[in-house]
Design a protein around this ligand. Structure first.
Ligand SMILES: CC(C)(COP(=O)(O)OP(=O)(O)OC[C@H]1O[C@@H](n2cnc3c(N)ncnc32)[C@H](O)[C@@H]1OP(=O)(O)O)[C@@H](O)C(=O)NCCC(=O)NCCS
Length: 193
């Protein structure tokens, strides 16, 4: 586990990542339909996911209540399956999804997670670029996976996230993320020491 993560990944007081709660679901529902179009999870899907024991659903919030984005995952034995990630329209390209992903990867490193996996549409290059940064690699294709247009899904996997090599890449990315994102103050604090 990277021992300097908590020094770097420090949010400004108005931002935080916390568990998704029922009070977030109206915003989550709006973000979800903007992000995924016609075929997307319903409010009820999220309601059952947040009460599911194996599910871990997080939101990045400003001032406690404004949801900037969310990420959901299931941890089964030593694998973390990322089930959904989306960013509110007006906060795209500010590092919201990457911050949520980093936080999940770090949570996995602290627990017993070895690898992360997820499915992504073949056409979803934006998301694939995000996953590439964290060394997700395609290990197969699920043909006709998506109901709406029968598009195929790439099945992506990371390598073992607990290796020194992976953790070096992770910390390098986290430092770059905290430098470019408005919600962190980590590096500034480190530099004053
Ligand atoms: C994919 C998505 C979650 C990215 O969210 P975001 O908060 O805007 O992404 P971030 O700002 O954290 O970007 C992190 C990295 O993702 C990639 N990325 C994000 N948006 C991108 C874009 N428009 N074009 C190219 N790369 C992009 C880049 O690698 C970026 O790193 P960089 O800024 O150093 O280049 C967002 O576009 C979204 O909600 N899409 C709809 C839902 C979806 O497709 N979810 C994924 C399902 S598998």
């Amino acid at each position: 586990m990277p021992n300097n993560f908590e020094d770097i990944f420090k949010f400004k007081p108005e931002y935080k990542i916390r568990k998704m709660e029922i009070r977030d679901l109206d915003q989550v529902d709006q973000i979800e339909s903007d992000a995924y179009g016609e075929v997307h999870w319903t409010r009820n899907n999220f309601l059952s996911e947040i009460s599911n024991q194996v599910g871990k659903y997080s939101v990045l919030v400003k001032d406690e209540t404004e949801v900037l984005g969310y990420l959901g995952s299931w941890v089964v034995v030593d694998e973390m399956h990322v089930t959904t990630v989306a960013t509110a329209k007006k906060h795209l390209r500010k590092g919201v999804a990457e911050t949520l992903l980093c936080s999940s990867i770090f949570g996995g490193m602290q627990g017993r997670v070895k690898c992360l996996t997820l499915e992504v549409r073949i056409s979803n290059i934006k998301a694939q670029k995000l996953y590439e940064k964290y060394n997700f690699k395609s290990q197969g294709i699920r043909k006709r996976y998506y109901e709406d247009n029968h598009e195929a899904a790439l099945i992506l996997w990371t390598e073992d996230i607990n290796t020194e090599e992976y953790q070096k890449l992770f910390i390098k990315n986290v430092i770059a993320l905290t430098e470019r994102c408005e919600f962190f103050e980590g590096l500034k604090m480190l530099r004053t020491h």
